[in-house]
Design a protein around this ligand. Sequence first.
Ligand code: A2P
Length: 353
Amino acid sequence: REYVVAILGATGAVGQRLISELEQANIPVKQVKLLASKRSAGKKLQFKGREITVEEATPESFTGVDLVLSSAGGAVSQKLLPEAVKRGAVCVDNTSAFRMDDDVPLIIPGVNDEQLAHHHGIIANPNCSTIQMVAALYPIFQRFGLSQIIVSTYQAVSGAGKAAWDEMLQQAQDLLNGQQPQAQILPTGADRKHYPLAFNLLPQIDVFENDGYTHEEWKMIHETKKILFNDQDSSQIKVTATCVRVPVEIGHGETVYFVVKDHAASVKAIQQIITQTAGLVLQDDPSKQLYPQPLQAAGKRETFVGRIRADEENAGAFHMWVVADNLLRGAASNTVEIAECLVRDNLVRVPQD
Ligand code: A2P
């Protein structure tokens, strides 16, 4: 079987990488449709050396489409993906629009792709920060169990989209030229006040909840529980997060503090588990100053782990430093890997129920 694949948000920071990841994927592609907003209609992009004209995304765009890879923002997904499913297309969505819905699997291939079998047309890609953290923790969770996670993130600007990324580069240029930096988007276009990110740190990603956490922090907490425990009792694990935007272009960093249930765990054993897990790369050697860095992770699909240390004053507790390309590992690669699993398991069909 060959598939008609639509990329929704094809002109965006993640969309561009969805195109290149699909080019290299193990998916027989009959035709590709590149969809974006009206502003981009008529623009020409390449797929496998062929020129494809970008079309404005409308409900009718999905007629005859088998598979949708989407990254055009939550509101666009909310509006268009149900239309795509109605027309028989299976959608893998990068936005947070459907992630916590009970009938939407939230998938990291290699962690919980067996849950794809129960999809109803929409499959959600977790938040970029959740993916790299859970990818690194999952084999540790399987071997030693986990009772608590405390994470602080150092998130690259590209995760806020292409316009925010451009805004930060302009701010950096202005500051170096001795001019006032302008801010119209960052920390988030969805809130009222805006601040420069260049040469700064912004402890706000997405909007604030009533409890003082940001929505990004909320996502990391609840998505992690959904992925690790699915329908079972997720009160078995405590998760809390602080998310910070840093003036890095590509590659999120995370300090992950975690407590295991089985106190037989050791730094050596955890390092060995990381080394043995596909998709994880251990970069952990203080004697050689070896540790993961965003500049080195950018452009790679793997999740890089280092600085693994025991908390000497708290038995069973450890620190680690996790870095991955947020646009690839945290978004486009994960999405296309989900699509590959769907193709592999013959699940590119919308169940009739
Ligand atoms: P466009 O380039 O035409 O604005 P990013 O995550 O980098 O901000 O990219 C967002 C993506 O979502 C872009 O491809 C953008 O297209 C697309 N997009 C934004 N609004 C819409 C919309 N209303 N319908 C379809 N695509 C949209």
